[in-house]
Design a protein around this ligand. Structure first.
Ligand SMILES: Nc1nc2c(ncn2[C@@H]2O[C@H](COP(=O)(O)OP(=O)(O)OP(=O)(O)O)[C@@H](O)[C@H]2O)c(=O)[nH]1
Length: 408
């Protein structure tokens, strides 16, 4: 390794366990001098509160997608860290970890920090090139959703292909023989996509987390021929951009059907109302709810926020924090959806949390609502949440149309 500051990219699809892995690493005193760049896909930042970096000023959070948004690129974030460190605003650091969004295509991110990649656009880029070096690409793989995700989302496949360390997560959830056999098949698939990466299990005894993030040289030609091809394409695109031919933000995420909704509520939410929201959402959206995470201010104890995580069809057990991580005590939810109308999602959320009377869902009505939601969304029709509200909320029309805005 050179005397440059090593940069490790932490990638992996939505909800695959990047932040969980990062938090575990940052607990290790040996990593106290780590600066962290967290990139989020949405206008509000949840990870900023959930990443447990020792000193908050050692973290840069960007909310434009790193692979799409000019000005949100990795070089800008590294330059920001460097300036802050030189001015004394940030303690000195000896390594950087970049957690990309779960949707990020790693190629443009890596192209900006690999030698011979995107041309330097000015003094700032030269400074970044002289100071930092790419020292590893770690990809987390959620064994529960990975197989379908890799087939469906090209970004997920590229994340695997670019990694030099692949870390299987959620293996603790699979203990029966069928699931273990599925993991073996998944391992084979990952080896086909990336024969050179080291494949590790996050929940296996002896898993060496510090070793996964230990700086090492990362050379694209060692990772695989596809990677070299994709980087060559990125280099051509960035040379074109540098010549002024291309300048707008690039939308890399498929047909545009992937959208982010940011839901905010000022008042505490009743637990039953929150349940009602999740019940309808899960039933209507199913796997088209790619990811949801949030901090919820609940009526029963507003001082202790609830952290909620959904990853496609899986709802992870929520946990309660002892206190709000920042001054912002509003309920904040980010939902990333595929082919769902964000307006409908907001209407549903507002119906639960808004100024109107709270939505009460009797158990029988809720079950009927789920069946109704599944049936109607399946044929692309509209249903109204008032059909769930029943007699407790007469006459309130809540149009909730989670039907596809694009063909799935
Ligand atoms: N049981 C189990 N749950 C896990 C494991 N790793 C992560 N999770 C859970 O999976 C959910 C998502 O984890 P995150 O670490 O937030 O995933 P992420 O990749 O950072 O998510 P995004 O950045 O939003 O894409 C959380 O509820 C975690 O507690 C694991 O190894 N086992």
């Amino acid at each position: 390794m050179s005397d440059h500051v090593p940069v490790t990219i932490l990638t992996g699809f939505l909800g695959s366990g990047k932040t969980t892995l990062l938090n575990a690493l940052l607990c290790d005193p040996a990593f106290a001098d780590t600066a962290v760049i967290v990139n989020e896909f949405g206008d509000i930042s949840i990870d900023h509160d959930l990443v447990q970096v020792g000193k908050k000023e050692m973290m840069v959070t960007t909310t434009g997608c790193l692979c799409c948004t000019i000005g949100s690129d990795i070089r800008s974030s590294l330059a920001e860290l460097l300036d802050a460190s030189r001015s004394g605003a940030v303690p000195s650091f000896s390594r950087v970890i970049v957690e990309t969004t779960g949707l990020a295509d790693p190629a443009p991110v890596i192209n900006q920090i690999v030698p011979g990649g995107a041309p330097a656009m000015g003094l700032r880029d030269h400074g970044v090139g002289r100071t930092f070096t790419l020292a590893g690409v770690v990809c987390t793989i959620d064994i529960v959703t990975a197989e379908a995700t890799i087939e469906r989302y090209f970004e997920a496949m590229k994340q695997v292909a670019f990694a030099d360390r692949i870390v299987l997560t959620k293996t603790d959830l699979a203990r029966d023989p069928a699931s273990l056999a599925d993991i073996d098949l998944l391992r084979q698939r990952l080896r086909e996509l990336n024969p050179s990466a080291t494949l590790l299990d996050r929940n296996e005894g002896g898993f060496d987390l510090a070793g996964v993030f230990a700086p090492r040289s990362y050379a694209p030609h060692d990772v695989g021929p596809d990677v070299e091809g994709w980087l060559a394409l990125e280099q051509a695109l960035s040379a074109e951009a540098a010549s002024g031919a291309a300048h707008a933000n690039v939308a890399r995420h498929g047909d545009g059907g992937i959208l982010t909704s940011c839901l905010i509520a000022d008042r505490p939410i009743g637990a039953k109302d929150l349940d009602a929201f999740f019940l309808v959402l899960k039933a209507a959206a199913s796997i088209r709810l790619l990811r949801l995470k949030g901090l919820i201010c609940l009526e029963d104890d507003p001082e202790r926020p609830l952290v909620v995580h959904c990853v496609q069809h899986a709802v992870h057990p929520p946990n309660r924090l002892d206190a709000w991580p920042s001054d912002d005590r509003r309920t904040r939810i980010v939902a990333i959806t595929h082919d769902i109308d964000p307006k409908a999602l907001r209407q549903l959320f507002d119906a639960v949390t808004g100024e109107k009377k709270p939505l009460r869902v009797a158990p029988a009505a809720a079950l009927a609502g789920i069946i109704l939601a599944v049936a109607l969304v399946g044929v692309g029709l509209v249903f109204t949440a008032s059909s769930l509200a029943g007699a407790e909320r007469p006459g309130v029309e809540l149009p909730v149309n989670l039907s596809a805005t694009h063909a799935p």
